[in-house]
Design a protein around this ligand. Structure first.
Ligand SMILES: [Zn+2]
Ligand SMILES: [Zn+2]
Length: 256
């Protein structure tokens, strides 16, 4: 199994990093994609520790919409600086729009998102997209960049059937997180049944968002197995099939 999106270089994991990596491996995880906040020197240093503890881990870097206001006008160069750092970068992310929290003005979020999508297209890297209550603008910006030119994944998908359809039309993958284990998330569970096998990824978004039965505790990459189990049940298939598809899709998007 592969956790397509976690924040393993977050400071909360640092004191017991070896323990979390050990538990991920024991749970059968072959790899993970570790998301880094562009320009965060502490996180960049911890990323080196993650790479040393888990050589199979991959890394992505981007300016999150929550931090867009701090990077306005400079997001591209900020990310660019980290593309040739000490850990290899396989994607630009997470980037996008978050109109739920609106921590940055929407126009600024859009400008920062757009510039990073352009950078990804120029670098031929996939994007990892965070979108919350911003479906239309997210799809519009991705469309502007051009279907077939921009590729990537909508991470921690929480949208409805329409966003899923539009993302799939653009050639994007859809990554599902622990929310699919919540019985209350019936619309999302319906989407989870219909994503084609070759477009599906699983993730934890740890340390955020723990799945059932770990809800309310600190999430960690090993818990991605719970997400895969929930998907196997929803899609009436086996966890081995979910593992095979999501592993192939992960490497197809982010490289071997
Ligand atoms: Zn996110
Ligand atoms: Zn995240």
């Amino acid at each position: 199994m592969i956790d397509s999106h976690c924040h393993l270089a977050d400071e909360v994991f640092a004191p017991d990093l070896a323990e979390f990596v050990g538990r991920a491996r024991e749970a059968g995880l072959a790899a993970a994609c570790c998301i880094l906040a562009a320009g965060d020197a502490g996180e960049a240093a911890r990323a080196r520790a993650v790479r040393a503890a888990w050589p199979a881990a991959k890394f992505a870097v981007g300016v999150h919409p929550h931090q867009a206001h701090e990077a306005a006008g400079a997001a591209g160069p900020l990310v660019c600086n980290q593309l040739t750092g000490d850990v290899p970068i396989c994607a630009i992310g997470e980037i996008g729009l978050d109109y739920h929290y609106d921590f940055s003005p929407r126009a600024v979020q859009q400008e920062v998102f757009r510039s990073q999508v352009a950078l990804a297209v120029g670098q031929n890297l996939p994007v990892i997209v965070h979108t919350r209550e911003a479906d239309e603008d997210t799809i519009a910006i991705l469309r502007e960049a051009g279907a077939g030119r921009v590729r990537g994944v909508i991470h921690c998908f929480t949208g409805g059937a329409e966003l899923a359809r539009q993302a799939l039309d653009l050639g994007f993958l859809i990554s599902l997180a622990g929310i699919v284990t919540f019985r209350s998330a019936s619309a999302l569970r319906d989407v989870a049944r219909t994503v084609p096998d070759d477009r599906l990824l699983v993730e934890t978004d740890s340390p955020f968002l723990a799945p059932v039965p770990h809800r309310g505790t600190r999430n960690e990459p090993a818990h991605v197995v719970r997400v895969a189990e929930a998907l196997a049940e929803l899609r009436e298939t086996t966890i081995e099939a979910i593992e095979a598809h999501t592993t192939r899709n992960f490497h197809g998007l982010f490289g071997a």
